[in-house]
Design a protein around this ligand. Sequence first.
Ligand code: PLP
Length: 463
Amino acid sequence: MDENLASDLAELPALLDAVRESATEVLTGIETRPVARTPKEVGPEELPEHGIGLRRALALFRERWEPAFSGSAGPRYFGFVTGGATPASVAGDWLTAALDQNAMSGEDSSATELEHQTVGWVGRLFGLDQHTGAFVSGATMSNFVGLAIAREWLGEQLGISVADAGVGALGPVPVLSGTPHSSISKSLSMLGIGRDSVRLVPTLPGREAVDVDRLAEALDALDGRPAIVVANAGTVNTVDFDDLRAIAALRQRYPFWLHVDGAFGAFAALAPEYAALVAGLGEADSVCVDLHKWLNVPYDAAVQFSRRQDLQVRVFLNAAAYLTAPTGTPDFGHLVPENSRRLRALTAWFSLTAYGRDGHRDIVQRNISGANRLAGQLTETGLLRLVAPVRLNVVCFTLADRATPERVDALAAAVADSGETFVTPTVYDGVPALRAAFSNWRTTDADVNRAAKAINAAALALS
Ligand SMILES: *Cc1c(COP(=O)(O)O)cnc(C)c1O
């Protein structure tokens, strides 16, 4: 055995304690760490020919790399839609690595049973009782899997197996959606359906939610040709929701596969006062839910849900003499793109076990109230204005005066430089704007006050 490996093995308990101490320092210091870092070049480092052992590697990482890492797991990081990691989910992640299970098949371990149970729990949070599911690495992969099953369903309508005959046998595939996330186009590209297949359906006036009457017209124009409809439960800019019930009802008149991208918006289901936004989610044929956002588990984890596991197995079947044939409950290796796979479910199992539905509902409700609080404080001075109402957990705002791309970029940069908070740019309805997205379990009212102060100060400096 390599001498560094041998000494690491001999000293394992003390070394793991040192790692734990480092992690503790990170997690207890996250509130004082600058929220965002302007990336600086740290490397390049030569490939080590001879290693230095874990203790010195840890010291090197802490000195060279860690200071350049962001505080994105902390309470005032509002860029993109970025969850933190609850204490229990961090524990789950550590133990996932320590136990290092391959959650591909259930032949030698009950790890996959834990995943099935956790998928069921997550489904129950969102009312997905008719669906089966599996863990994937994120909402992009969840959308990819849902659309792959949709592709197979389209083939079934036409009497062909796309899994066997290839996507060329399908001909053009109409994909209808109001305001799809960029990962839908990416998935269609990966699936051979093509980005150009997306047909944007007009949205309601002043909204990102699809106009269901116009969707019906678009489906009608297909003359009975089967299609894919991607409904959106929480758009990234303004967190708008399609009317899922009304869209699902259109299936009585037109043949289509209904995929719902509820990456973070599905979490509205946890808060009784917002649950109506996702009414009808359970009627979808496939559903995407991200967990590294609003469930606050570490990267990377999402679940994909489907009502046609038979078609899913046709797409993802990994047939080999040494693998179990997919009878009864298929192995996860026959359900998702990955074959060998990390037990991603353990972080969610820990967090749901430790905090339950109540604890996670509390995170969702506090984040929504934080977003509303921030919106109030940002508009109070008259320097900033909202470009859309706060529907859930995102504040989309811009400069009240001369909101040019340059000035809005300058505002974003000044906010990031403050080290106090971090928001990310967007364009909404042609207007350059900034988004503050709330999805971290730690965020308190005091954090919101601090963030508002920093953003208002940056806006004042530009006025
Ligand atoms: C974040 C997001 C995605 C992509 O999620 P990843 O986890 O980054 O792959 C897809 N759809 C929506 C609505 C999202 O918010």
